[in-house]
Structures are given as structure tokens and as C-alpha cells.
Design a protein around this ligand. Structure first.
Ligand SMILES: [Zn+2]
Ligand SMILES: [Zn+2]
Length: 131
């Protein structure tokens, strides 16, 4: 833990709840689980602490096009797949998608420095409900 990360009790509990969860919860979902342990915490406090934790590198903020922002307590490099029906996010481990030619793409007015890939799919639960 870096010394500049001041850990209040609230912040610690939020971090704990997030690290326990493998579902990449939204701020609202985390608020619900943190509230079981800290009944008087406000949603605003949860939001502020999540922003703080993301900025200090303790957690990841997942922003994918067209979906609610979610959070990840696992900061080791990994990819994500989003269910295009319910928005659930799963982890993809040990897959490294690189776009080696990205520097060679010519776009007028830009120097391209990086790119990222978004994976989309249908989760097991949604696949079941489609049957
Ligand atoms: Zn789904
Ligand atoms: Zn993840």
C-alpha cells in the first residue's frame, strides 16, 4: 500500500467489498453491499471513495461504451467481456490481444499511439433465458 493512500474505515470497507466480488459491480451495487456493514454511509460517499481509489490505482474503473460504469478490485492486467444483453462483465485471463500494426495506421491529423479491443458476448444466464 502506498503511503499517500489515506485509508479511512469507510474506504477500507468499500475496497474490501469490491475485492471480494468477482462481478465488477456498479457503484449502486457496491453501495448496497457496503451498507450492510455501514448502515449510515451515503451513496455520495461511496462514489467519492470509488473515484479516489481508482485515481490512486487501488481499483479499476471500467468504462465501456453504452453501459453503466463498473468497478474492478483486481488491478492485475486482464481483459473483459461484456454481456450485450444484461451488461454483466466477465474476466478474460491469459489472453493478450495486441494490435501490432497500430502505429502504422495513417489518420490525417492524428498520430495513433494505442488501441483497445472490447469483447462482447452473451453470458451463460442470458443464453439460458434465450432458449
Ligand atoms: Zn447476460
Ligand atoms: Zn476484471
Amino acid at each position: 500500500m502506498r503511503p499517500q493512500t489515506r485509508m479511512t474505515r469507510q474506504r477500507m470497507l468499500i475496497l474490501e467489498e469490491l475485492r471480494k466480488s468477482r462481478t465488477h459491480p456498479t457503484a449502486d451495487e457496491l453501495y448496497a453491499s457496503v451498507r450492510r456493514r455501514l448502515p449510515h454511509i451515503s451513496l455520495g460517499t461511496v462514489y467519492r471513495n470509488l473515484d479516489f481509489l481508482a485515481e490512486s490505482g487501488e481499483i479499476l474503473k471500467l468504462e465501456m461504451a453504452g453501459s453503466t460504469r463498473r468497478f474492478d478490485g483486481c488491478v492485475a492486467p486482464h481483459q473483459h467481456v461484456r454481456c450485450k444483453i444484461c451488461g454483466r462483465i466477465g474476466d478474460i485471463e491469459n489472453v493478450n490481444v495486441t494490435l501490432p500494426e497500430v502505429e502504422q495506421i495513417q489518420v490525417e491529423g492524428f498520430t495513433i499511439t494505442s488501441a483497445h479491443v472490447e469483447f462482447e458476448g452473451i453470458c451463460a444466464q442470458c443464453a439460458e433465458s434465450l432458449k
